[in-house]
Design a protein. Structure first.
Ligand SMILES: C[S@@+](CC[C@H](N)C(=O)[O-])C[C@H]1O[C@@H](n2cnc3c(N)ncnc32)[C@H](O)[C@@H]1O
Length: 212
């Protein structure tokens, strides 16, 4: 895997420019298209301390985030004033408060048994956080652990990679088709320039996928 110290260092030094306090507009706009039952499980890979997990929990879903950094998990619950308990489950340290669980550990250690009743995945800044060769591993691992019919809301960013080193890395529509096309139905829901991306020309795309 990419050196986990890269991310641990970001959290220890609080250099987390990727974090947003407001809910992502694509989540709010498109999530209801999935028509999930109340109480369904939602997996948020590489979740950081995103407040999007609060939004999902408020819609009555059971959220399971997966995150390398224990700092992110603790900050999430403390900053949102959610009392939490800690325990160990499999390869993960489990932080649980209300209907939100954050499994602290390596996403690539996640198994089907860790995510019972997960009906949907929310990927914002997860796929695009990973370098080229790891992205293929990430999508391959998702394919292994998700059941048929699982929905995925995927938000990507594409730009000229020679203009900047990632993360975030550029992920084109062609790559999305290659990585997911064999095992998912793919619907492109939106595409527009992001609000602000370091002065570089970029396009943010939103996809609704469904494992077939
Ligand atoms: C770019 S941040 C995005 C966080 C979150 N999705 C958001 O929108 O704010 C990527 C996160 O993935 C975590 N991460 C990176 N590799 C991971 C891995 N293999 N397993 C679990 N978490 C990982 C990092 O610690 C970091 O918090």
């Amino acid at each position: 895997m990419e050196d986990p110290n890269f991310w641990h260092n970001k959290w220890e030094t609080n250099i987390i420019g990727f974090h947003q306090d407001s809910y992502h507009n694509a989540l709010v706009k498109y999530w209801s298209d999935f028509n999930l039952n109340n109480g369904s499980g939602v997996l948020v890979p590489l979740c950081g301390k995103t407040s999007d997990m609060i939004w999902l929990a408020e819609q009555s879903y059971r959220v399971i985030g997966v995150e390398l950094s224990a700092i992110a998990a603790k900050d999430f619950f403390v900053e949102n004033n959610i009392p939490y308990e800690m325990s160990t489950t499999g390869q993960f340290q489990k932080y649980q408060g209300g209907n939100i669980t954050i499994l602290v550990g390596d996403f690539f250690d996640l198994t089907r048994a860790d995510i019972p009743n997960v009906k949907a995945v929310y990927d914002r800044a997860a796929l695009i956080a990973l370098p080229d060769e790891m992205r293929a591993r990430y999508t391959g691992h998702l394919e292994t652990i998700l059941s048929r019919g699982t929905h995925i809301l995927l938000i990507t960013l594409a730009y000229n990679q020679s203009q900047m080193d990632g993360p975030p890395f550029s992920v084109t529509g062609k790559e999305v088709n290659t990585a997911f096309g064999t095992w998912c139905e793919i619907k492109q829901l939106d595409t527009a320039p992001p609000e602000d991306f370091r002065g570089i020309e970029a396009v943010e795309s939103v996809y609704g996928l469904r494992a077939k």
